[in-house]
Design a protein around this ligand. Structure first.
Ligand code: ZN
Length: 240
């Protein structure tokens, strides 16, 4: 496992001969109902990446714990950043690691929020035109595995802090799951952008946490880890 923060500069040079691939993980500090920790998105993607990194050699950068949150922004505990902050930060990380010889970049997010993902994608769209010989992938498991992950859970339209995320946190760190919040779906009136989001989404849960199990969480985490490995295999062997 090549953890960027733990290797020396000599080891960096040595590993660079073996791989030009780096993964930057992105998470959030965001409410996840009354029962899950604020770093749920970070935890899920980080642990999936550790599993992947044990089987496959790539540089794994430290996670960025802060992301762009919208509907959860007003809830206690959420510390959001602006999309432009994320665009600048992610661009700097790719540009600086490009200068150090890396060529395949994966920006993998444990948070699937639309403004958050679009900020990362905007960075990638701009950099693909400015840097020579780079390949970039930007995704969250909820983009590319929507069907497969939905098939693991019973709750229809399950999402934030619901059956799936609760199952995964139960599998990874059961001691951090504090009971179960009630089933809930956000009631924000469409197509409006409302200021008082808590009024329409009291509990901050989207789905039914009571259906969560360790087994479902294990299946989901393993699926995410395997999928990350296949995306890395593909980025390394394909010229786009
Ligand atoms: Zn989440």
């Amino acid at each position: 496992m090549i953890l960027l923060e733990k290797i020396t500069m000599d080891e960096f040079k040595k590993y660079l001969k073996k791989t030009k691939t780096i993964v930057f993980p992105f998470g959030t500090i965001e409410e996840h109902g009354s029962h899950l920790p604020l770093f749920t998105d970070s935890l899920i993607i980080q642990e999936s990446l550790y599993i992947a990194a044990k089987k496959k050699k790539f540089f794994l950068a430290p996670i960025i714990h802060y992301g762009v949150c919208t509907t959860t922004k007003e809830h206690p505990g959420t510390i959001s950043i602006r999309p432009e902050t994320l665009r600048l930060l992610s661009a700097d990380l790719v540009i600086e690691s490009y200068k150090k010889g890396l060529r395949n970049f994966l920006l993998i997010s444990g948070h699937g929020g639309s403004l958050h993902m679009s900020a990362l994608k905007e960075t990638a769209e701009s950099l693909i035109n400015h840097l020579e010989n780079v390949k970039i992938a930007v995704f969250s498991p909820y983009d590319i595995l929507y069907k497969e992950l939905s098939a693991i859970v019973e709750t229809p339209n399950d999402s934030h802090a619901g059956e799936l995320e609760t199952s995964m946190v139960l599998y990874l760190t059961p001691e951090l799951v504090k009971g179960r919040a009630a089933a809930e779906y956000p009631q924000i009136p469409k197509p409006f952008i409302v200021k008082d989001k808590i009024k329409y989404w009291r509990g901050g849960v989207w789905g039914d946490p009571s259906k969560a199990t360790i087994k479902k969480g294990e299946r989901a985490i393993k699926l995410i880890a395997d999928t990350i490995i296949s995306v890395i295999d593909e980025i390394e062997k394909t010229s786009f």
